[in-house]
Design a binder for this molecule. Structure first.
Ligand SMILES: [Zn+2]
Length: 251
């Protein structure tokens, strides 16, 4: 297993991270390090991975909160530990020592942080969540806990790059119907003629639209599909595979 620290542009003491597969067995799509319990992996393996992660990042067992993600726009407000937050695609909290995280394998993981008031968020955005503005909805949920958009910092974890993310024209049409600009978000491959979407750019559009500042947004620039031995990638490994976990906690 391997844990990468993610850094916000404006610093702060929050611990932000993303997991890597580690020493992956190429014949096993859940190898080596998978913390997601609803994608077909053995529960014993998932539990062991989660325990190792909590130990490595220095939080109590059971203080790693994740949800069953459904490509919607629900934001779970984590105000206690030890309960099941059900289905959602983003989480926010102001509790110290409680890590919130999202699972992805090509979709876009985003972490948010207002260091002044100590409020954090984590969101998962595939094309549906991206199109529906889950990034802005997560920031709005943080603001209900006292955060302010002009102070919120964001960092993207690894996700599919625009060259790898080919989509059908019907997806592009839905993006445009939602009011997202094609400029800087939709591209056309000149060889294949196929449309491509830059999911990070589209999520950045929502962040700026809700009042966040450009200087507070950091991109990782790492593509999951281009690096399937390093990161889980649904397009490279199939949907029955592990997930990268991108998370954050206040300390
Ligand atoms: Zn790529």
């Amino acid at each position: 297993m391997k844990i990468d620290r993610l850094a916000f542009s404006g610093g702060g003491s929050a611990f932000a991270f993303t997991t890597e597969r580690g020493v992956a067995d190429s014949g096993n799509p859940y190898s080596e390090f998978n913390c997601c319990g609803y994608v077909g992996d053995e529960q014993s393996h998932v539990s062991a991975c989660r325990a190792v992660l909590c130990d490595q990042i220095g939080i109590a067992d059971g203080n790693l909160i994740t949800v069953r993600q459904v490509h919607g726009t629900e934001v779970a407000v984590v105000d206690t530990v030890g309960c099941d937050f059900g289905e959602a695609d983003a989480l926010v909290t102001n509790l110290e020592g409680v890590a919130i995280g999202v699972f992805t394998a090509d979709c876009v993981p985003m972490l948010f942080y207002d260091k002044q008031v100590g409020v954090i968020g984590a969101a998962h955005a595939g094309w549906k969540g991206t199109m529906s503005g889950i990034a802005a909805k997560t920031v709005a949920a943080m603001c209900r806990l006292g955060a302010a958009p002009e102070r919120v910092q964001a960092v993207f974890g690894p996700s599919i790059c625009r060259e790898c993310f080919e989509v059908g024209d019907e997806v592009v049409e839905q993006f445009c119907e939602r009011g997202l600009p094609a400029d800087g978000i939709v591209f056309r491959n000149e060889v294949t003629g196929k449309a491509h979407i830059d999911l990070v750019a589209a999520n950045r559009y929502w962040m700026l639209g809700c009042g966040m500042y450009e200087r507070n947004i950091v991109e990782t620039g790492l593509c999951t599909k281009c690096n399937p031995s390093r990161f889980f990638s649904a397009r490279a490994l199939g949907v029955a595979s592990g997930r990268n976990l991108t998370g954050i906690f206040l300390r």
